[in-house]
Design a protein around this ligand. Structure first.
Ligand SMILES: Cc1cc2nc3c(=O)[nH]c(=O)nc-3n(C[C@H](O)[C@H](O)[C@H](O)COP(=O)(O)OP(=O)(O)OC[C@H]3O[C@@H](n4cnc5c(N)ncnc54)[C@H](O)[C@@H]3O)c2cc1C
Length: 520
């Protein structure tokens, strides 16, 4: 069995913390662990792709893909809110302003650079492994991390930073399992690569993924018509300079989706009466969104997902105004056509697809002929369906379970994954998009940076405690009934001696395990 290069950290008997997934979240946890540690940690980051820090969101090559959060709110470090802005001014554009929406690929470079910086500052404490984790086993009170290559790593703790999965497959009446004009994953080159510039495209879903694909298509010289179909035909709203709105929620606030909606509408009307904007009211909810979500009874969470989610998404996840201007201009000229309805028929021929949808308002069938259909319905949250080797394995072996809303996994408040029996793991942790079911507001940088910082602190605290305990001398005195005198076990740093033992040595092993000075 080949084990870790960094087999044991400088603390002597501890194994590294393994992070699975090197997108923004995994890279940030690694950086935080190194940054906060005082030489007490080694980190192994396992990423199947070539780059660290970029992931799905920031791995784009298209500089027209802009952040949907202004630069002033994109620091990776909660204790240093200007960090990204300073970095951007030094490394990208000296004139970058706090309210600028910078290219996402620049943000990927930022995430990459902050990890590199910490690696350089902590020589010998970081290992990067380019491989895929396919399963994790418990090995005593540690984890054995199994890689696609056959290699095995031992770790004290494992952090799953698995991020986003491609959209769930779309099934339309008439659509073959292998449709040649259908693209299931909008984040691959195949989505736009070989389209002739004057063909037509249908994007299914009208959220941020669709906006990204529109921008990519135009960047690649695609001049044809872009059709967008979604149930409600709602495109993301546009950011605008706003003044803050005072928070209006407290412990007496309503605890149902309907009453909360009424309250928020009333606040929007009040803001508008004062010459303000609905955006201020929505943004004022941000610090409370997780608490609101947790306080809603399950049926209300489900009601929200069924009826309100599309409206919430377009108002909460807004786009930079320059992108909004481009979409509006293309909509005016008919180069982008948005349709409200549900697709009811999909008939493909050699050149394209004849799509029928039932129009939402009239119920009438409408037809479109397009050369390509791209699934832009957003990341799949039902992990039973994502076909991800590691998740499938952990789910099958009941080491994790989906959250009750099937938006990710069930996770304890400190980030520990919860198994099928409802027990929080002491070795498997997670953060970011995986926590959507429990927190709702958890996928963007302002939340991920807090989770990364807190999780790193938690894992390091546990480690330092273990180090202190390892440095402590334990003594155990046993009266065994069959002997008239006592026997003694003295243990320290994982080693024990027994003075005057009786023959049944198991009794001392059990005592050592209970004291945490030996593995079970
Ligand atoms: C298109 C898009 C744009 C966004 N824009 C913004 C924005 O402007 N502002 C903002 O605040 N937030 C934005 N977000 C949200 C946020 O920043 C992302 O949620 C965040 O980047 C998530 O990163 P991640 O590392 O958790 O996931 P991902 O980026 O999905 O990375 C997960 C990584 O894990 C790896 N991986 C998965 N399984 C394994 C395995 N078994 N073994 C090894 N490696 C594995 C994958 O290869 C991948 O690199 C955006 C999200 C998306 C999708």
């Amino acid at each position: 069995m080949e084990t870790n290069r960094i087999e044991r950290s400088r603390t002597g008997s501890q194994f590294p913390i393994a992070i699975v997934g090197g997108g923004f979240t995994g890279a940030l946890v690694a950086a935080q662990l190194l940054r906060k540690s005082r030489g007490t940690v080694s980190v192994v980051l396992i990423e199947k792709g070539a780059r660290l820090g970029f992931g799905v969101a920031y791995g784009t090559q298209c500089k027209e893909h802009l952040l949907n959060v202004p630069a002033k709110n994109m620091s990776a470090y909660p204790d240093d809110p200007e960090h990204f802005l300073r970095w951007a001014r030094s490394n990208y554009d000296s004139g970058a302003q706090p309210d600028d929406f910078l290219p996402r690929l620049v943000y990927g470079q930022y995430a990459d650079s902050l990890l590199r910086e910490e690696i350089e500052r902590h020589p010998g404490q970081f290992e990067r492994v380019e491989d895929e984790v396919v399963s994790v086993d418990r090995a005593g009170n540690r984890a054995q991390v199994n890689l696609r290559s056959g290699r095995t790593l031992l770790a004290d703790k494992v952090v799953l930073a698995l991020g986003h999965f491609p959209p769930g497959d779309l099934r339309f009446p008439g659509k073959p399992a292998q449709s040649r004009h259908y693209v299931a994953n909008p984040w691959t080159n195949r989505a736009i690569g070989d389209l002739a510039s004057n063909q037509s495209v249908l994007l299914v879903g009208s959220g941020l993924t669709s906006v990204d694909v529109v921008l990519s298509l135009r960047k690649h010289g695609f001049r044809g018509t872009i059709h967008i179909v979604s149930r409600r035909g709602l495109l993301p709203q546009v950011h605008k300079a706003i003044s803050p709105w005072p928070s209006f929620l407290d412990e007496k606030s309503p605890k149902t989706a309907r009453a909360l909606l009424r309250l928020i509408r009333a606040q929007v009307e009040a803001a508008e009466r004062l010459g303000g904007d609905w955006r201020s009211v929505i943004d004022s909810l941000r610090p409370f969104t997780q608490d609101i979500w947790r306080s809603l009874p399950r049926p209300d969470q489900q009601r929200f997902l069924r009826h309100l989610r599309p409206y919430w998404d377009v108002h909460r996840h807004r786009i930079a105004s320059e992108i909004g201007t481009l979409l509006a201009a293309e909509t005016m000229t008919g180069r982008i056509q948005t349709h409200k309805g549900r697709i009811t028929k999909y008939l493909e021929d050699i050149d394209g697809v004849d799509v029928t949808y039932r129009e939402r308002k009239t119920g009438e069938p409408k037809r479109l002929y397009v050369n390509r259909v791209i699934n832009c319905t957003g990341p799949e949250g039902d992990y039973r369906k994502v076909g991800h080797a590691l998740l499938t394995n952990l789910l099958q072996r009941k080491m994790v379970r989906p959250d009750p809303l099937f938006l990710g996994l069930d996770v304890a408040s400190d980030g520990a994954l919860i198994d099928a029996d409802g027990v929080a793991s002491d070795i498997l942790y997670t953060l970011g998009p995986v926590r959507k079911g429990g927190l709702w507001e958890t996928i963007a940088v302002p939340e991920i940076r807090v989770q990364a910082s807190e999780l790193a602190a938690l894992l390091l605290a546990g480690r330092e405690l273990a180090v202190r305990e390892k440095g402590t001398m334990h003594s155990e005195q046993s009266y065994l009934g069959c002997l008239s005198h006592a026997s003694y076990m003295l243990a320290s740093e994982g080693e024990a001696i027994v003075v005057d033992p009786q023959q049944d040595v198991d009794i001392y092993f059990k005592a050592a395990v209970q004291k945490g000075v030996a593995d079970a």
